[in-house]
Ligand binder design. Sequence first.
Ligand SMILES: Nc1ncnc2c1ncn2[C@@H]1O[C@H](COP(=O)(O)OP(=O)(O)OP(=O)(O)O)[C@@H](O)[C@H]1O
Ligand SMILES: [Mg+2]
Length: 398
Amino acid sequence: MEVDLSSALLGQFKKARKEYEIAKREKKEAVARRKALECAKLLREMAKYNRYNEKMYLEMAKKWELVADNIGGILNPSKVLKSKTSPYKSQEIQEDVEKEIDKFKEFVKNNLIQRSKIKWEDIGGLKEVKQLMMETVVISALQRPTSIQPWRGILLFGPPGTGKTLLASACAGSLDATFFNVKASSVTSKYFGESSKIISALYEVARELHPSIVFIDEIDALTTKRSEGVSEASRRMLSTLLTELDGFQDKGSDKLILTLAATNTPWDLDEAVLSRFPRRIYIPLPDKEASKEIIKINTRGLQLDVKLDEIAERCVERYYSGRDIRNLCQGAIWNMIRDVNRDLYKMANLSYRELRKRKLKIRPLTEEDFQEAFKKIKSPLTKKDIERYERWCEEFGG
Ligand SMILES: Nc1ncnc2c1ncn2[C@@H]1O[C@H](COP(=O)(O)OP(=O)(O)OP(=O)(O)O)[C@@H](O)[C@H]1O
Ligand SMILES: [Mg+2]
C-alpha cells in the first residue's frame, strides 16, 4: 500500500512557512533564513513521496532556496513563489530586485519629498492638537525606556480647509524632518499596479532619511467601506501601508517615523485602518479666538483698523474654515491695494527693473475692505455637516 506521507509533511511545511513569515516581519533574519531552508527541505521530501506533484514541489523548493538566499535584501518572496518563470540564478534575482526597489526609491525621492518651512506659529487655534503633536515629536527624540513608545500614527479628521495639511507640514517644518506628502488617490490612479511598491519604497526612504513625517492625505480613498468600492491597487496599497504602520521593522528603534493621515470623511474608514490609528484627532472649524489668530496670521505686516472680534464672530456664524478665512483676508487685502494704487495697471508697460524701484502703496485694512470680501466667500458647510463630525468624534475620536 502506498502511503501518502506528503500530507503529513504538508502540515509541517505550512507551520515552517508561518514561522518564516513571523520571523520576517520581526526582522529576525537568521530565523527567517533557517525557516525558508526548512520549507525547501520539506518540499524536497514531499516531492519524494508524491510523484504526481513531484515537479511542482521541486520547483517550489528551489524558489524557497532563493528566498533564503535573498533574506536581508528586500525581495518579496510571494512574488518568487508565485512566478511561473523558471528559477533564475539567485544572483540575478537579487540584482533585479535591487534595481527595481532603487527605481521606486528614486521615484519617492524625486516626487514625494518636500521641505516644509511651516512653523507652529503659522497655525491659528488648535492649541491642544499642536501640543499633542509637539509632545509626540519630543518623546520620540528623547532617551527613554523601550516600553515607552510615542504614537506611530495619528489620524486627523475634520471638514475641508481646517489645517490638517498645515499641521503635518508644521510638524515636519519644526523638526526639519523629511516630509513625505502622499495623496492616496493620486498614487493609486497614476501608478496603478505599483502603488504598494511605492509605499514600501517610501518607508524605506523614510527610515534612511529620518526623522520623517509621512503624510497620507485622503486615506479614506483606500478603505473598503466606501460604497463605490475600491480598486485592487488601493487594496494592495492599503495592506502595505497597514503593515508598515504595524511597524515590526522599527520596533525598539529610535528613528522617528511618524505617519499622519488625514480625511474629511472619517465614517468611511474601516476597522483595519482605525485600529492602526488609536489617536484620532478632530480638527474642527475655528472658534472665535482661533479665527482671530488666523486673521492675524494672514494679515501679517499690515495694520488692522477693524473690530477684530466682530469680524471673527461673523466668520464663526458663517461656518468659515481656516481656508475661507485666509481667502477672506486675501480678498480684503486686494480691495485695499486697489483702493490706494488706482493706476496699478498703467504701470504694466514698465520694465521689471523700473518696477523694482517703486513701492506698492498700502494702508491699514478697514471694515469696508472686509465687508466686500465677505460677500465673495461662502462656506459649503451646514450645521448638519458639523454635527456629523461631532457625533463621529464622540464615538470614535480620542
Ligand atoms: N488653523 C489655521 N491657521 C492658519 N491658517 C489656516 C488654518 N487652517 C487653515 N488655514 C489656511 O488654509 C489653508 C488650507 O489649510 P489646509 O490645507 O491645512 O486644510 P486641510 O484641513 O488640509 O483641508 P483639506 O481637508 O481640504 O485637505 C492653509 O494653507 C492656511 O492658509
Ligand atoms: Mg489637506
